[in-house]
Design a protein around this ligand. Sequence first.
Ligand code: HIF
Length: 300
Amino acid sequence: MPSSNPPAPSSAQLEEVKDAVRALLHQPEYDDGSAGPVLVRLAWHSAGTYDAASKTGGSNGAGMRYEKEGGDPANAGLAHARAFLEPVKEKFPWITYADLWCLAAVVAVKEMGGPEVQWQGGRTDFTDDSKVPPRGRLPDAAQGSDHLRHIFYRMGFNDQEIVALSGAHNLGRCHGDRSGFEGKWVNQPTRFSNQYYRLLLQNDWKKKKLANGLEQFVYVDEEIELEEGEEPEELMMLPTDMSLLSDAAFRPWVERYAKDKDLFFAHFAAVFGKLLELGLVRDASGNIVNEENVEGGYQS
Ligand code: HIF
């Protein structure tokens, strides 16, 4: 590590960044009023390119700033998340994009009522696109449990971890102009809970073919109290979400997390923390050991 690198930030400096992220979460004009869900998705897509066999991809580098990764159709819509964070990067230029994207998700999960996810900084930013991972490593929501295992085993996760991670679909929604799927998984998509698992189990999900040819699963919640003139809103599940129910190894975890919110929170915190560390090689003092073409990194 060249000695011109800055010292690691103090916890007070990190707290300032976290405060700035907290301050931008409330976005009355955007989606369901919060930047939180799309920030969680940004962090996950930055890390979820990891391939354990070749040790490539992962949360280092912030490769989505380059067309090669940012322009991947799998990342459609994440420019919104990056734009939300740009003023924070401008105010605190010492933090790398790669660290900021992961930290913002940790702040968002907590602020939306979720658990505290362990986070460690030190990620560096690529200075060109030569180390950006190839496209095609993120999951395809139209597929089933074999595909989920193929994608998440590649990153080093097991079945329980796949189901625990999946609870993040409590948050946010699908957008026709991004993924082509439409709608939200739960009624309150800006509050972190285990509702996703309960709805999966309780409801009678019906297959629906969208005008673009994609198939998703839908349910209209009759019990929800509506304001006068309000239409009942359809909730949705992706084919990959439904595969958690039909798969004999996944389903017991869906049942446990539906019943036990504390267990889900504990397991989610652990697995999301693990996701954010994918692809990082740290030395004994926690600094990320990286080669050429990067910006950031702290003094050893
Ligand atoms: Fe998602 N996910 N995800 N996802 N995801 C979408 C939206 C969000 C998959 C597909 C989609 C995870 C796993 C998988 C979030 C967080 C996580 C969308 C809709 C699709 C299609 C995008 C759009 O149209 O805007 C698939 C196939 C996954 C493999 C199981 C993670 C576990 C659940 C890893 C995860 O953390 C979040 C948050 C959103 C909502 C984004 C928003 O803009 O509101």
